[in-house]
Design a protein around this ligand. Structure first.
Ligand SMILES: Cc1cc2nc3c(=O)[nH]c(=O)nc-3n(C[C@H](O)[C@H](O)[C@H](O)COP(=O)(O)OP(=O)(O)OC[C@H]3O[C@@H](n4cnc5c(N)ncnc54)[C@H](O)[C@@H]3O)c2cc1C
Length: 382
């Protein structure tokens, strides 16, 4: 027998779970989330958990700020502890032109209520006394930024969604999307078909593959990113902010008695290779020691690889795809998706129910922008 649903969501990462919860909260009663693996085990599990409001586009700043307000109250709202640590994000800049861009971005952020600020090297030396500053011209800092536990946050949404009646089908892969007369009518899965007038694609790095099942091409490419954690390490205090060397993308923050760190490889080809690149790990460690020499005494405990879901302008595709009707997408977050989950959940729920996102204008991230040639480039990509 064919199962029916009012809404089918493909993928139970932070996006699928937050959207399912937000729809149920707004009274949608028959929601099925289909997940080929287990809840929160995709890109969301591989994320560094960073949350920040220091972006260059108004839409991202608003999405990030609305999300931070939810992260700050998540434990009470969702009865789930997510290990929120608001120790700030500190960007280090070694280029004067880049510094001008960041100063302008701080003005934009502050105009939207974000308490970010420009910091001179002497203040950086107070915020993080352990970084080499001889080439640093300045930086930016926002004390509300920080990090959380991505798995607990995703499970918090999933549990709340379940309590509101949402069905999660784990170990169930979507194998097809059915379309009749230009409209989505449901999906095929390894557990049988599900008929539904509305399908929302939240398949993270695999969204392009799933969208192709409906005959459409969404410009979302998987790009391998690696993170590493050190053994417990007390030469640096656990009170340090997330520190980012913007010119290389090197970042590190305290984590579980040690430190979590990583750096994007600009020559990384697109693809689904999930092995850890030992050579790039060595390059990253060298960079880390160069910027913060105390790490010379740290030992790397483990590393893992995951995928950024990258679009041509480093911003997501949010909303209906156009053709076929009834097919929407929330994917392509280009490395900053986890943190925006709470706001995206609310915006997408409003959009698919009422035709528009009520609180934040997400139209700059409409999927049609690539065909229209109106990109929304994000500058602050790590
Ligand atoms: C190393 C690394 C560090 C990162 N650090 C940060 C950070 O600090 N802050 C931040 O905000 N973001 C970070 N990100 C990005 C973040 O992980 C993603 O943007 C975010 O988790 C995307 O969530 P999602 O729900 O869209 O995707 P996912 O979590 O990937 O969820 C998609 C789900 O869809 C499922 N799926 C796929 N295909 C199918 C199918 N055919 N049928 C059924 N289910 C399917 C998958 O199994 C998966 O569970 C990082 C990413 C990486 C790799």
């Amino acid at each position: 027998m064919t199962r029916t649903a009012e809404v089918v969501i493909v993928g139970a990462g932070i996006m699928g779970c937050a959207i399912a919860y937000s729809l149920a909260e707004r009274g949608v009663s028959d929601i099925v989330v289909v997940e080929r693996d287990a809840i929160g085990r995709g890109a969301t599990a591989d994320a560094a958990g960073g949350i920040r409001q220091q972006f260059s586009t108004e839409t991202n700043i608003r999405l990030a700020t609305a999300s931070v307000r939810i992260w700050e109250t998540f434990a009470e709202r969702f009865d789930t502890e997510i290990g929120l640590r608001q120790q700030g994000y500190l960007f280090l800049l070694d280029d004067r032109a880049e510094a001008d861009t960041f100063r302008a971005n701080v003005d934009l952020q502050r105009g939207l209520g974000v308490p970010s600020r420009w910091v001179e090297p002497d203040e950086i030396a107070v915020l993080n006394p352990h970084v080499r500053l001889d080439d640093v011209v300045g930086g930016t800092y926002c004390p509300e930024d920080g990090w959380v536990d991505t798995y607990q946050a995703t499970m918090g949404y999933a549990k709340a969604a379940r309590r509101l009646g949402v069905t999660f089908l784990e170990d169930t892969a979507v194998t097809g999307i059915t379309v009749k007369a230009g409209r989505v009518t449901g999906i095929e899965t390894t557990g049988g078909p599900i008929s539904a007038p509305l399908v929302i694609l939240c398949a993270g790095p695999y969204t392009r593959t799933v969208a192709a099942m409906a005959g459409i091409d969404l410009p979302i490419a998987p790009s391998r990113r690696m993170s590493f954690v050190t053994e417990p390490f007390d030469r640096l205090p656990s009170s340090l902010p997330m520190t980012i060397e913007f010119s290389t993308g090197l970042y590190f923050h305290p984590e579980s008695g040690g430190f979590l760190f990583g750096m994007g490889n600009p020559d990384q080809p697109d693809g689904f290779d999930k092995t850890v690149d030992e050579e790039w790990m060595m390059t990253t460690v060298e960079r880390l020691v160069d910027r913060a020499p105390a790490f010379e005494d740290a030992a790397v405990r483990r590393g893992w690889a995951g995928f950024y879901e990258v679009t041509p302008d480093d911003n997501p595709l949010l909303g209906f795809v156009g053709e076929p009707a009834g097919l929407a997408v929330a994917a392509g977050f280009s490395g900053h998706g986890f943190m925006q989950g709470p706001a995206i959940g609310a915006c997408i729920a409003d959009l698919v129910i009422g035709g528009e996102s009520r609180t934040i204008d997400i139209s700059p991230f409409r999927p049609s922008r690539f065909a229209e040639g109106v990109l929304a480039q994000e500058h602050n990509v790590i």
